[in-house]
Each structure stands twice: as C-alpha cells, then as structure tokens.
Design a protein around this ligand. Structure first.
Ligand code: F6P
Length: 328
C-alpha cells in the first residue's frame, strides 16, 4: 500500500525561467486546497542538502504569480552530484517528514531527482521549466513563451536601428544546444536567416542568401543565431566572415544573453505553470512517483522521468521552410 502523503516539498533548480514563481504558487495553493503541508527548499538541491527550507501556506505565495525569477532561488548544485550530497539531502527530507518532492527545472534537475529517488526511496515529480524548451514529453516548458516574447521585443528594437543605418545584425539567442528559441523567435521577428544547431545550413548558403537579399532591394537584415549553432564559428567570427566576403555589409552583433531569462511571465506561461503544478500535486497525492508532467496538445499528461530523459524533443524543420519563403 502506498504511504499517505501529508507533506510535500517543492524547489526550483537549474537556470531560472519566468513562470517559476507561478509554478511554486500553484504547488503551494494546491497543497492548501488538498490540506497537505508544503515546504519550500531554497536554492534547489542545495537547500535540500543544507536543510534550508521554509514553511509555505496559501498566503505565502500572494502577489508572486506576476514575478520573474524564483523566490525560492535556484542553483546548479555540484554537491548533489555526489552520493554524500544526496545522502545529506535525504536525511534532511526524512527529518522534515517530506513524503514527496516536486522538482521545478530542466533535464539536469530531473536527472538528479531520478537518481535521488532510486537511492533514497523518496518520490519525485518533475515540472519542466526552462527557457530552452528542450524537454521531451511536453510541447512547452515554463518560461519558453516569455523568453520568445523577450527576444522578439529586443529584435523589433534592433530592427529600428538596423533599418535606420542600413545594417546587418547578427543576434545571438540562448537555447543551449537546442534551436527552439532561435527558430520561433526568428519567424516571429521576421529574420532573414535563422541558424540553429539541428540544421547546419553552411556558410556558403548564408552568404548566398545575404547577397540575394541585397540584390532584391533589402537595405537591412537580421540573422538570428542560436548559441548552440554548429556552423563552426561563434557569432562574432560569423559577422567578421560575412564582412570579409560581402564587404558592402555593415555587420553588427548583439548577444541577448541573460535578459532572456528575466521579466514578467506571459499569460501563457502562468497558465501552463498553474495547470502543470496542480496536476503534479494531484499525482503526488495519488501515490505516483518518478514522473514528469507535461503539456501535450493542450492536455496535461504524465510521462516517466526515465522516458523524458532518454529522448530529445524534435524541432519542426518545416519552420525553416516557412522562414525561407517569408524572407524572399
Ligand atoms: O538552460 C537555460 C540557459 O539559459 C541556456 O539557454 C544557457 O545556455 C544557460 O542556461 C546559461 O547558463 P548560466 O546562467 O549558468 O550561464
């Protein structure tokens, strides 16, 4: 028989993403609704290792749904990668009578959680939150939509100056080794070219396309470059290479960087966080363990953590074709 869940722990881990506060709020409020206690662990796995937690009730999460970042803080804990670190975390959780943990984060968080659950028999439920959208088993991760909107907002501004000066801009966006942010923001921002790690279009094609653009009468252009792009050059080398081969281009570089991780979450991310986290609590109460909740075709579904970690979500390459058509 599965043990009755009376106390749930929650934490945020890995790179922060907008909507993490909305996610914590949903966990805490769902716990209050179902009359179970909730503890918030500070700085992800590190707070579990140090026994650093706070008691959370429905009122502790007032006025946080609209805030970027995470009030529980986050970290990428090196100590949790060790058996001793996980041992310390387990002993703190047991002392605090935590019956299940809800882990809000990305694949690194889930990997740690899976090992931990196996070693110490503490159920974990993962909630995907990362701006990269690189988790299998969900069409959307919490924070991705906000990051996309941040990128297109920034690129719209860059477009103003690019067109005033007749310039070419290379804009580097985050995503680690996945091109979701680049591909979708590239289309949303009307970019000339989109360079992503999943598809090596080659340098010649880039030069040809830029040359064609100029001949067709375009006076300024924007190229979105994913940070994980494998074209063999970083964004600065890429701009230099284009300048060298197409000297009429006045090429500039903007690296958007961590600005993509901040800001008020969009409505989409708040609703996503709310739906995923209510389900995460319900599944924990139902005695489920070592799963991740995800949003597939607008339905909240659960998938085994092991499955979610084994595969990578695939990018929709048809979007590259759309981008090609629209940048004629
Ligand atoms: O995973 C989220 C992310 O923002 C990636 O897009 C990026 O590569 C990485 O984190 C940056 O990590 P850090 O904030 O540790 O530099």
């Amino acid at each position: 028989m599965t043990k009755r869940i009376k106390r749930i722990g929650v934490m945020t881990s890995g790179g922060d993403s907008p909507g993490m506060n909305a996610a914590i709020r949903a966990v805490v409020r769902a716990c209050a609704y179902y009359r179970v206690e909730c503890l918030g662990f500070m700085q992800g796995f590190q707070g579990m290792i140090e026994g650093d937690y706070i008691e959370l009730n429905a009122r502790s999460v007032r006025n946080v749904i609209n805030l970027g970042g995470t009030f529980l803080k986050t970290a990428r804990s090196k100590e949790f990668l060790t058996e001793e670190g996980r041992e310390k975390a387990a002993s703190h959780l047991k002392k605090a009578n935590v019956d299940a943990m809800i882990l809000i984060g990305g694949d690194g968080t889930f990997r740690g959680g899976q090992v931990f659950s196996k070693e110490h028999n503490i159920p974990v439920i993962g909630v995907p939150a990362t701006i990269d959208n690189d988790i299998f088993g969900t069409h959307y991760t919490i924070g991705y939509d906000t990051a996309l909107n941040t990128v297109i907002d920034a690129v719209d501004k860059i477009r103003d100056t690019a067109s005033s000066h007749n310039r070419l801009f290379f804009v580097e966006v985050m995503g680690r080794d996945a091109g979701f942010i680049a591909l979708n923001s590239g289309i949303g921002a009307g970019a000339e070219e989109i360079l992503i790690p999943e598809e090596d279009l080659g340098l010649d094609r880039l030069l040809n396309s830029l040359e064609r653009s100029r001949r067709s009468g375009k006076t300024s252009s924007i190229v979105i470059v994913s940070e994980g792009d494998k074209i063999g050059k970083n964004v600065f080398e890429l701009a230099a290479y284009v300048k060298e081969n197409l000297p009429y281009y006045d090429a500039k570089v903007t690296v958007l960087g961590h600005v993509q991780r901040g800001g008020r979450p969009t409505c989409f991310d708040r609703v996503l966080a709310s739906r995923l986290c209510v389900k995460a609590v319900e599944l924990a109460l139902d005695g489920q363990r070592d799963i991740m909740v995800g949003m597939m075709n607008n339905e909240v579904q659960a998938i085994e953590l092991e499955k979610a970690l084994k595969a990578k979500p695939t990018i929709n390459k048809d979007l590259l074709r759309i981008s090609d058509i629209l940048s004629v």
